[in-house]
Every structure is written in structure tokens, then in C-alpha cells.
Design a protein around this ligand. Structure first.
Ligand SMILES: *Cc1c(COP(=O)(O)O)cnc(C)c1O
Length: 422
């Protein structure tokens, strides 16, 4: 039975590629993040195939999963990176990533982050406000550099996704309203320490249909043409990330669905010379990961059954934050005896919001192992040490081999730099 492409049952035990998750839990303990190298490559391949023969740069939206081992895979496959902080820039530089393929997004870039990105020589700053534009111009001028810029415009389209991950509506904090974009571009074009190179948008995340992208594209195309009539000629059009994945029964659009449609519009509009930049995060890593956890206790009350597990909201925040649904698999499923009970899968943290899944029919016993699926994106990167819980180890499976790509944090490391007053 297939759970996700590279997570399959063999001999009634869930495996990542050729490695048993039971063996991994035995060796490395739980909770444990497990990634499939092959799944990363397959996800990349969907973008590679869709881009063939087209001028497309894929910049992995690395906030989804920024482990160096993950970044290194995408670097080797030819990916660029979409960064949102100086810290993410440092990670890309640490693996020898090409700064010429980095786009720098984010609403609150600080001076030191701008400096570091200018020093590195990033492809583009995706500027989100006029104030940021002026700061960037100043920083670049002080350094004697010219900053390549794109304006992130807010096309005011509905991405038809969860409100917390919808970013392209007027009321969101992101981007520059499309009506104001022309004036801000003219301002940018007049500043000698800036070079206008592109336009970008990012309308949301876990998008499953192509139509919101095409709505955004129509608005950007109109802007690009208006800019050209004013003598401002762009080199690239960045449509952001946002392609969804299957958590349960979604059938998200594919990179090919997106790019076939985009290039049709560009050709119709005489804009086929533009480079298309994409910033996919979730769709490159989400289904390449699982969070492995062990049942500590079962608790039955009149109203509910709880499976209290050793992973918690500090390891996987998405259910708490977005009411997100993750599939939960028993690593070694038990035969059902009569009617299958329903469990809420909850963590040990002292918050009622600490739940991972609700109302799941499962045959469970204390000590059983569970795999929370689709935990490759926005899982470890959102992890915290709340309740002084060390962040879990990350393992990457490659065929029959498992590599620890980040060890479990030690208790000592959690507070070794803290001091008390005399
Ligand atoms: C988060 C983010 C992405 C990646 O989004 P996904 O939904 O994970 O593909 C891309 N670009 C920007 C600007 C982002 O903030």
C-alpha cells in the first residue's frame, strides 16, 4: 500500500524508501523527522520537466525546510533559492549555493540583511514597500553598489486557501498594491543605486487550482505592458510559490499545468522574452517527509479517546496554527477487533492547542509507532523548544541507508548559554 510515493508498507511495516521506520525509531529515538532523498528528486523533476525548453528559474522557497542536506540536494539539481532572511542567506552560502540564483523576499528586511545580500551578489531583492525601496537604495549607495530590484505587487486575488496562508489579498500585509506599483517603479527607476529587473507576487500557499495564478498573471501582464510604455523594461516575472500538495484528498495543480498556461499567456501577449521565476517550497518537500512518534499513553474518557504521543505542537505546529490535516499512519498497523475506536492524537505540551490529529479511527496500543505524514514542509522549520523540549533529529533516507542530517538537540544545549544574576 502506498502512503506517499516513497513511504510504503513492506511486510506490514511502513518504510521510507528501503528503510523500516521501526528500525529508524529504534536506532534514533522519537520524535524523529524522516526525509526521503528520492522524493525530493521526484518533486524537483516535476518542475524540471515543466521547465524544459523554457526560460524558467526555480528558486526553492527554503523556509519550508532549510536543512543543509535538503538545500544541497536542490543546489545540485540546479535550483536557486528564495530566501526571507539573512539567516537563510547564510545557509545557502554555507552549502556553496550560487548567489546569482537567489531572490530575497520578505516584508521587513533589515540593514544588515540588505548589506549581506548585496555583498553576496543576489539575483534580486523582492521589495515589498516604498520604505524598503528607499532603505535599499541608501544601503546600496553607501556600499557603492547597484541593487537589482523587483517589486512584489499585491494583485488582490483570492488564492482560495486558508486565510493564514493567503497573501495576495488587499488586506494582507504583503506587497505593494497593484494600483500604486507604477508610481513606485518610476521612483525606483530614478534612483541610481537601484536597477529595476523584475516584478513578483506570491499569492498564497497550498493552492490547488491554476485560476488564482492566472488571475494574478493577467494583472502583472497589464502592469508589465504599462511599464514598458513608460520605458521601464523588465527581465523577469516571478510568480512566487504556493503550489499545494496532497495532505488528504486534494488534487493540486502540477508545475506543468501552471507553466503551460503561463507560457500560453506570455506568447499571446508578446512577452515570451521574459524569464519566469518560481519560488516553490511546500511542493518540493512536503510529501518527502514524515514525523515519527511513539504512543506514550492511551487515555479513554466518555467523550473522547486520546493517544498521547511523544511529538507535540513544538515539532509540528501546522495543526495548531492552521487547523491543518495530516494523515497519520501506524508504522505496524494492527488488525481491527470489532469497531475501530477513534482517537485524538495529542502531544504532552501544556496547551489544549497541542494536538496533531483529531478523530482518527485507529487500532492502537501503548508503545505503538505512528508516522505523521506530509511533514517535510513547515515542520522542523517551525519547531521550537517550548516546554524545554529538545528539537528532534532529522534523518535523510537514501535507498537502504539513513543519514542523520541534524542530531537531536541535547538538554544541555538548550540552556547552556543562559546566565543567572549575582
Ligand atoms: C513562503 C513563500 C514561498 C513558498 O511558498 P510555498 O507555499 O511553500 O510554495 C515562496 N515565496 C514567498 C515570498 C514566500 O513567502
Amino acid at each position: 500500500m502506498t502512503v506517499a510515493a516513497h513511504f510504503q508498507f513492506k511486510n506490514n511495516t511502513l518504510h521510507a524508501e528501503d528503510v523500516s521506520l521501526a528500525a529508524l525509531a529504534e536506532e534514533h529515538g522519537t520524535p524523529l523527522y524522516v526525509y526521503s532523498r528520492q522524493a525530493l528528486h521526484d518533486a524537483w523533476d516535476a518542475y524540471r520537466v515543466a521547465s524544459e525548453g523554457r526560460n524558467v528559474l526555480v528558486c526553492y522557497g527554503m523556509k519550508a525546510n532549510s536543512n543543509l542536506a535538503v538545500l544541497n540536494e536542490f543546489k545540485q539539481l540546479g535550483s536557486g533559492f528564495d530566501i526571507v532572511s539573512g539567516g537563510e542567506l547564510a545557509r545557502v552560502l554555507a552549502i556553496g549555493g550560487d548567489p546569482g540564483k537567489i531572490v530575497f523576499s520578505g516584508v521587513g528586511k533589515q540593514v544588515w540583511e540588505m548589506r549581506a545580500a548585496l555583498e553576496a551578489g543576489v539575483k534580486c531583492f523582492n521589495v515589498e514597500s516604498e520604505a524598503e525601496l528607499l532603505r535599499l537604495a541608501q544601503v546600496a549607495q553607501e556600499m557603492g553598489k547597484v541593487a537589482p530590484v523587483s517589486l512584489r505587487v499585491n494583485p488582490d486575488v483570492d488564492a482560495k486557501t486558508h486565510p493564514y496562508i493567503s497573501t495576495g489579498l488587499k488586506e494582507n500585509k504583503f506587497g505593494i498594491a497593484i494600483e500604486s506599483a507604477m508610481a513606485v517603479y518610476q521612483r525606483a527607476a530614478a534612483l541610481p543605486s537601484l536597477q529595476v529587473v523584475g516584478v513578483d507576487c506570491h499569492i498564497g500557499s497550498q493552492i490547488t487550482e491554476v485560476s488564482p495564478y492566472l488571475d494574478a498573471l493577467d494583472k502583472l501582464v497589464a502592469l508589465i505592458q504599462a511599464l514598458a510604455s513608460q520605458g521601464i523594461h523588465l527581465k523577469h516575472l516571478d510568480l512566487g510559490g504556493g503550489i499545494g500538495i496532497r495532505y488528504t484528498d486534494e488534487t493540486p495543480l502540477s508545475p506543468t499545468d501552471l507553466l503551460d498556461n503561463v507560457f500560453r499567456v506570455l506568447e499571446q501577449q508578446g512577452l515570451a522574452h521574459l524569464q519566469i521565476v518560481l519560488e516553490p517550497g511546500r511542493s518540493l518537500v512536503g510529501n518527502a517527509g514524515a514525523l515519527l512518534t511513539r504512543v506514550e499513553f492511551l487515555k479513554h474518557s466518555e467523550a473522547k479517546n486520546f493517544a498521547i504521543v511523544d511529538a507535540a505542537m513544538n515539532d509540528l505546529l501546522r495543526p495548531t496554527l492552521y487547523d491543518a490535516w495530516h494523515s497519520v499512519e501506524a508504522v505496524a498497523p494492527r488488525q481491527s477487533e470489532g469497531s475501530t475506536p477513534r482517537y485524538d492524537i495529542v502531544g504532552p505540551i501544556c496547551e489544549s492547542g497541542d494536538w496533531l490529529a483529531r478523530d482518527r479511527p485507529m487500532e492502537l496500543q501503548q508503545g505503538d509507532l505512528l508516522a505523521i505524514m506530509s511533514a517535510g514542509a513547515y515542520a522542523f522549520t517551525m519547531a521550537s523548544q517550548y516546554n524545554t523540549r529538545p528539537r528532534a533529529a532529522e534523518v535523510m533516507v537514501d535507498g537502504a541507508k539513513a543519514h542523520v542530517v541534524r542530531p537531536r538537540e541535547t538538554l544541555g544545549s538548550l540552556f547552556s548559554t543562559e546566565t543567572v544574576l549575582d
